[in-house]
Design a protein around this ligand. Sequence first.
Ligand code: PMP
Length: 344
Amino acid sequence: MEHKINAYNNILELIGNTPLVKLNRIASKLTGNFYAKVEAFNPGHSSKDRVASYIIEEAERKGILVEGSTIIETTSGNTGFSIAMVSIIKGYDCILAVSSKSSKDKIDMLRTMGAKVYVCPAHVSADDPRSYYQVAKRLHEETKGSIYINQYFNELNIDAHYRSTGPEIWEQTNGNITHLVACSGTGGTISGTARFLKEKNPNVRVIGVDAFGSVLKKYHETGEFDSKEIYPYRIEGLGKNLIPGATDFDVIDEFIKVTDEESAHTAREIAKEEGMFVGYTSGAVMQAIKQLNELGEFNKNSNVVVIFPDHGSRYMSKIYSDAWMEDQGFFDSNRVEETQQVQF
Ligand code: PMP
């Protein structure tokens, strides 16, 4: 006899419906009310679970994927982890072409999740045959019965957030959201979420966070792709050296750029002030909030939602390593926190 057990049927049922958490101490120095959508609560610990499961299920519905099919993708790590996780449950093979900028932890994790991983040089142009875009394309052509998710140019990436993240935030704020501030990489998160929110209320201000060294802000402002904007930077998953087709620039009101250094310190501050252990781009989005606050973007009635895309455990050998921070020259004498010797 089967007993009644309150259990999920598999890990994929836990995707989405992440909590919205009020920011307290870190927000006390700012004007307005600030809430974080904490995407680390997804089972794969990032917002990319939504995209992976949605795109794969759409492909199944269309009959494109069959048992034993191979799924190929380019990824800074999070999408790869999510695709690997979904592939395990659904019985697909997973091949990932990743940037050499990705942390060793992320690459080890992907391999642990059964993915075949190709590590490609980070600082080559997108059309270079060694880039992860070109490697993924070639593998797709060479692997019979494979699909290429192509998150940077896949409209379904936007749809995934239009159908889940957007409605969740609208409900969680009871429609009282005034600002959405989110990092833009593929652009799927900010575009899909903003598209939904602006349909509900066109006055919601949407601000995208970009990196120095990326082309997004300039493109948004001028409509021109300026390769002079491109240079190496540290943050993974934020900004781009090409114009992603999965970004709907029309629903983004403006972009703001943040530095590697300030974003790293702000991520550490979120941990210390809010007890929330989140990733590098969560530091970036909070850093953007500080800058926007200085610029007078908010008033006391502002209800600002920020998206914290992933979990801090993925950055132990980077922003949460003092040695790494020192190597980058990110510690200055004013900032180094003393380790206190406690006497018992
Ligand atoms: N933060 C992290 C850690 C990411 O991996 C990504 C995705 N590349 C983003 C933010 C940006 O999300 P999106 O691709 O939806 O713009």
